[in-house]
Write a protein that binds this ligand. Structure first.
Ligand code: ZN
Length: 378
């Protein structure tokens, strides 16, 4: 049978929707290749990747549902064996309530990761290789060395990054054991621990970057090692940099803060108390709104310096550089400004694709659209 005839038969038998979907998907793939990221970064990163993202999200959702379902019997059996707090009085009841909450987290983590391993190979071992932490840290040390921040801050920052430990969420709660602070940790990974999230955490003065099982599953799904590294590099560099951000070290970042105040304050959204200040004291608004976003602006700025170095090391030209940016940034498409994180659009258009190093790696002209400068940690 000829291919055209098969196509006609499929159309007649009600498969036309599928054919249309396939055509849009292919058009998306074509655009992904042809849109110029120098001039239209949002189109290249978000609009052109929409179909790929939908396809990937659908696959990951199914994987997660399947893993959660398969892990359920073991989780239920183990949780049922925990002591019942109602069998005890006041203090011991409180003790066992906290104890059970932590133990349940540990059990869910262990069982979810165990099933993910069984079903999809060494999903976390693929990503959490011993070399990964060192590789990301090396990039941050180099960014710090190449920056123009003062020498003593450089030494402090490198020492801090050296101390940060990269762990899976499961490894972490097993390591710290019983501590009521860890209960707060349930939220970043979600109750099922399958949220696609990584986050910076400090516990008893020790600094961590923790990754949730959901994050491992989402990234473990990417078979190509290089692409997987692109996907995790930006996130891990951003999270590690939170340990050296402006919260603790405001002085080191006064330059970048002033730049955002002068040029981009009106692109950032005031929320909560900032919104009230902006309404009543408009003159103080840029200071307020930039201060609230500064930790995130700083962490992104280090992460984008890292991406710039990686592009240079790999001698990425326009096409491979564009692909890396699409891969590592597309998960930010549609994310909103809640008063602390700038919107995904801002991070892509006003920060990443305005970064002079990244623009020069891609061979783009110096400025994007308007003549506002890029605000970076230089
Ligand atoms: Zn952040």
């Amino acid at each position: 049978m000829k291919p055209t005839l098969i196509a006609v038969l499929l159309m007649l038998s009600g498969f036309s929707v599928f054919a249309e979907d396939q055509a849009t998907y292919e058009k998306n793939l074509f655009n992904m290749f042809t849109t110029n990221i120098c001039h239209e970064p949002l189109k290249a990163i978000c609009a052109d990747t929409l179909k790929i993202r939908e396809k990937r999200a659908k696959k990951i959702k199914l994987m997660k549902e399947e893993i959660a379902e398969l892990a359920k019997p073991n989780i239920q059996a183990r949780v049922a064996k925990l002591p019942n707090p109602d069998d005890y009085f006041i203090f011991r009841r409180l003790f066992y309530t906290i104890y059970n909450s932590i133990q349940t987290s540990i059990i869910i983590n262990q069982e979810v990761v165990k099933i993910a391993h069984k079903k999809y190979g060494n999903i976390d071992l693929n990503i959490m290789t011993p070399a990964l932490e060192d590789r990301v840290k090396d990039f941050i040390y180099r960014s710090i060395n190449e920056s123009s921040i003062d020498e003593s801050s450089k030494i402090t920052f490198k020492n801090i990054i050296h101390e940060v430990e990269l762990l899976t969420y499961g490894e972490f709660i097993e390591k710290i054991g019983m501590d009521e602070n860890s209960i707060a940790l349930q939220s970043p990974c979600g109750p099922s621990t399958l949220q696609n999230n990584a986050f910076a955490w400090t516990q008893e003065n020790k600094k961590y970057v923790l990754v949730c099982p959901g994050w491992l599953i989402s990234n473990g799904n990417i078979a190509n090692e290089k692409e997987r590294f692109h996907n995790v590099l930006m996130v891990l560099a951003h999270e590690m940099s939170h340990h050296i951000d402006s919260r603790e070290y405001p002085k080191a970042y006064s330059g970048i803060k002033n730049c955002y105040k002068k040029h981009y304050a009106s692109d950032l959204k005031p929320q909560g108390k900032d919104r009230r200040s902006c309404r009543w004291f408009p003159k103080s608004c840029p200071e307020k709104v930039v201060s609230s976003h500064l930790f995130e602006l700083v962490a992104d700025s280090w992460a984008f310096n890292v991406l710039d170095l990686h592009m240079k090391d790999e001698n990425m030209g326009y096409l491979s550089g564009k692909k890396m940016i699409q891969t590592s940034m597309m998960k930010l498409c549609g994310s909103i400004d809640e008063g602390i994180h700038p919107s995904g659009d801002f991070r892509m258009e006003k920060m990443l694709t305005r970064h002079p190093g990244i623009r020069s790696n891609l061979g783009c002209s110096a400025h994007l659209g308007d003549s506002r400068p890029a605000c970076n940690i230089k």
